[in-house]
Design a binder for this molecule. Structure first.
Ligand SMILES: [Zn+2]
Length: 158
């Protein structure tokens, strides 16, 4: 499928170099990691394929092969950088203009109120009635995640 000009993920995929560091926290040949827009949670990440795909079933075997690794790498990075208790992973791609497949990887803080836990965490994304993270904080945490993800891998623990 060709990329529609209205697709934000494709526009960010085409940025060379990225317009903002939080648009391109990390990547490989198949995936790019950015910070979510309008999130009230610092470190709310979005993992997007480097080509326009609107359903998970259309991901290639090569894209699928690194998907799980990315989800775990990003979760480990979020634990280290944000001190979260766990991470949530979700994929819907339903909003107009956001049909490009994107996996949300959300740091869930230990103290997150119960009414924001589980799927209700999406009350903290793109909602004008919730204070979003400041641009400076998005830039700061994106840089910290970038540094973590580009550091040499720590030795495996057993
Ligand atoms: Zn796209």
């Amino acid at each position: 499928m060709s990329a529609p000009s209205s697709c934000l993920s494709c526009a960010q995929n085409a940025e060379e170099p990225p317009r903002r560091p939080e648009h391109w926290i990390a990547s490989d040949d198949h995936w790019r990691v950015s910070h979510a827009i309008g999130a009230a949670v610092a470190g709310w990440l979005v993992l997007v394929p480097r080509r326009h795909v609107v359903t998970i079933a259309d991901l290639t075997d090569e894209e699928a092969a690194s998907l799980g690794t990315w989800q775990i790498r990003l979760s480990r990075a979020l634990h280290t950088v944000t001190g979260c208790a766990k991470t949530y992973v979700a994929q819907f791609a339903e909003l107009a203009g956001f049909e490009h497949v994107h996996f949300h990887v959300v740091p869930r803080a230990a103290g997150l109120p119960h009414h924001f836990q589980g799927p209700r965490v999406f009350r903290l994304l793109g909602k004008p009635d919730q204070p979003s993270v400041t641009p400076a904080e998005v830039t700061r945490i994106s840089a910290a995640l970038h540094s973590y993800l580009h550091s040499p891998l720590p030795p495996a623990t057993s």
